[in-house]
Design a protein around this ligand. Structure first.
Ligand code: 1HN
Length: 348
């Protein structure tokens, strides 16, 4: 039989599709190639948001809606290839949240896990399960699934942070739940720094047994991660793909800080040209220090501090710096892929 259908076969097939369509049936053979591509296929495209361009809109929103009314005053960084879907990659949501002096963002909880990476300003806090953590630029803060959380800014400057959530993963599974706290602000029941003091120094309470899948530390201060990178850079050569790159962990398991989202911090040396690297976890970066360029797939973007950029799954990424070091924070859905046995990477 020839591979090309005869005209009578073609019209017979169209007629079959039309009749079975009423019964919610569809022919696999028309879509099989798209369903199981030979390599990752995604509408997600490379993109970079210059903070210089985005900031005026963030601040303008601050004049037009309060954090209380908005519940969360956030501008979503929407992937240009997936507009209207509130996502930056297939699996992850990312936005820039603003909280002005004197404002509060009311307490709620949801099954989505969240991370905060502080981009601009100091003096606001996020409260998780009765403990407030003051935010400083470069701090990495987590909100575990189903924990009460609210934010406030008792300071005197606007604070902007990047939010990363596993919204689309929960959507995929249909496992989303949320509820509001009875009060706007949850009571403070622990002193600031309590979780870091208990779990952040290679110690744990005598009777401690891990109770969940998320790190017991809510805040990973930038001062500590920056110092680690600086010390590493003095004692060993950079990785050709990543520079000096570390992952944020749950200190009690050695695993990822959250079950669905992994976070990383890396230092690129000055005058660095990285080797190409790709992995199946589409990744979002926030620039903390330094300038450079990043080539993602076929696109090259210049970056500077506070910019955000995204590499879709399996797109080769290359970094270049000239004359200055750069520090980059990043996050991806790697733990979910690893847990399901799906994660792949390729160097060079
Ligand atoms: C959320 O709860 C926060 O708690 C931020 O700050 C962004 C985006 C979608 C759904 C819930 C927050 C969010 C969010």
């Amino acid at each position: 039989m020839s591979a090309v259908p005869q005209a009578s076969q073609k019209s017979g097939r169209v007629d079959l599709y039309r009749r079975m369509d009423k019964h919610h049936l569809a022919p696999l053979w028309e879509v099989l190639h798209a369903l199981v591509p030979t390599k990752p296929q995604t509408p997600c495209v490379p993109a970079l948001w210059k903070y210089r361009d985005v900031r005026p809109y963030v601040m303008e929103s601050g004049a037009l809606i309060t954090a209380r009314e908005a519940v969360r005053r956030v501008l979503i960084l929407e992937n240009p290839g997936m507009r209207g879907k509130s996502c930056i990659t297939n699996s992850l949501y990312c936005g820039l949240q603003l909280i002005l002096p004197g404002e509060i963002a009311p307490s709620h909880r949801h099954t989505q896990s969240a991370l905060r990476f502080i981009v601009e300003g100091s003096g606001s806090y996020t409260a998780v399960d009765g403990e407030r953590t003051t935010m400083h630029p470069g701090d990495f803060i987590i909100t575990p699934s189903w924990t009460w959380h609210d934010h406030g800014n008792p300071g005197n400057e606007p604070v902007v942070w990047m939010d990363g959530l596993d919204i689309q993963i929960l959507q995929l599974f249909g496992a989303q739940f949320s509820e509001n706290y009875a009060e706007e602000v949850q009571p403070v029941s622990k002193p600031e720094g309590d979780s870091y003091n208990r779990y952040g120094h290679n110690l744990a309470p005598l009777d401690y047994t891990p109770s969940g899948k998320t790190s017991p530390i809510f805040s990973y201060p930038y001062a500590k991660s920056r110092e680690t990178l600086a010390t590493l850079s003095r004692s060993e050569d950079p990785d050709p793909c990543h520079g000096w790159k570390m992952q944020f962990i749950n200190p009690l398991t050695g695993g990822y800080a959250m079950p669905t989202i992994a976070s990383f911090i890396q230092l690129l040396p000055k005058d660095f040209r990285s080797s190409a690297y790709r992995s199946t976890d589409g990744t979002i970066w926030s620039v903390v220090e330094g300038r450079g360029t990043v080539k993602i797939g076929a696109e090259t973007h210049a970056f500077e501090p506070r910019d955000t950029f995204v590499a879709p799954p399996w797109n080769p990424v290359r970094f270049e710096t000239a004359g200055e070091e750069a520090v980059l924070f990043s996050f991806s859905d790697r733990p979910a892929q690893v847990a399901l046995g799906l994660w792949r990477e390729q160097r060079g």
